[in-house]
Design a protein around this ligand. Sequence first.
Ligand SMILES: Nc1ncnc2c1ncn2[C@@H]1O[C@H](COP(=O)(O)OP(=O)(O)OP(=O)(O)O)[C@@H](O)[C@H]1O
Ligand SMILES: [Mg+2]
Length: 338
Amino acid sequence: MMPFIVPRLGLDLGTGKTVLVTNRQIVYNEPTVLVADLKNNRVHYIGKAAADRAGKLGPESEVIRPVVRGAIADYAATKFLLRKVFSKAMKPPMMLRPLVIASVPIQLNSVEERALCDAAREAGAGQIFLVPCNLASYVGISGNLNDPRGSLIVDIGAGVTDISVLASNEIIVGKTVEHGGDDLTAVVQRVLEMSFEVVTSRDEAVQVKTKVGVVRRGDDNILIRQADPTAEKKFSEKPVPADALAEFMRQALKPVIDGILETLEGTPPELYEDIFYRGLFLTGGGGRLRGITQFLEEKLDIKVHLADEPEISVGRGIGKILSEFGKFKDFFKNHVTF
Ligand SMILES: Nc1ncnc2c1ncn2[C@@H]1O[C@H](COP(=O)(O)OP(=O)(O)OP(=O)(O)O)[C@@H](O)[C@H]1O
Ligand SMILES: [Mg+2]
C-alpha cells in the first residue's frame, strides 16, 4: 500500500491579507475580510469579494476584519475564514490533516499564539509550527538556510511593523511596533477631512497614499475627486498640496524609525558591523510606499534593499521552509503538537 504523505500548508494570516502556500505555490492571496449577515448569522463573502463590498452594504450586513494588529480579534470569523482557505488548497474530503507552518509577528503573546493554533486546528490543521515573519522573509529573500551574518529585516505590514536582527536563523533582537501602512491611510483620511474638508472612503485614501507616498514634491497639488450633486459632472475636484500629505505621512512613520533605532541600540557589536555593511532588508506591503527606501536611508544612514513583491516575502519564505522542512525544523519559535 502507498504510504500517505501528510500535506503541508504555509499560512501568513496578516491584518490586511491572508496568504496560503503549498508546494512553493501561492494558492490564496486575498484580503483578510469577511461579510456576514447579522440577521441570519451567516457569512456571505470572504477575501476579495468581501473587501470589494466594504462600505457598499446595508445595515444588516457587517464587514469583519478578524485580525487586528497581527493578532486574532474575532476567533469565530478567523476559524471560518481559515476553513474556507484551507479547503481551497486541499480538495475535500481532507483525508489527512495538513501540517501547517504559520508566520507570526515577533511579539505575539502566548495567548494570541494559542488562539492562532486553536483556530487553525479547528479549521482542519494537524500539526502546527509557528515561525516569526521576519525569519520567514529572510529565508525567502536570501535563500540561505543558516546564515551566521547579522541581517536587519523590517516588515511594514498593514497593522504592525516587525523589526529584527537575525543571525544563524535566530532572532537576536526584535520587536513588533503596533503601527503599519493602515495607520498611514488613516492619517491621510483624517488630514483630508480636518484640513481640507474632503471626505474620502478608505479605498480612496489608500489611492491617495499610494500616489503621494513620502516623496518631497515641491508645490505640486493632487486633485482629489469628491461627490458633488450640484456640479455638472456630479463630482468636483479639489486641489490638495501633495507635500503637506507627504509630510504627515513622514511624521506618521516616526514609530517605525524609533523601533528600528531601538533595535539597533540593542544589537551586539559583532552583528552591528555586518548590518551596516549589508544594509536593511525591507519587506511588507508598506515597503511599496513611494519614496520609503530613500526616506529610511536618510533617517537611518543605512542602505535599504526593498524585496521583490514585498507583500508576499513572508509567504515565499514559508514556501521555502515547507519544501526543506527537515533542515528548518529546529529553528521554529514554537512547536505545538496536538
Ligand atoms: N503601493 C503601495 N503604496 C503604499 N502602501 C501600500 C502599497 N501597496 C500596499 N500598501 C500597504 O501595505 C499594507 C499591507 O501590507 P501587507 O500585505 O504586508 O500587510 P499584512 O501582512 O496583511 O499585515 P500585518 O503584517 O501588519 O499583519 C497596507 O497598509 C497597504 O495599504
Ligand atoms: Mg504581514
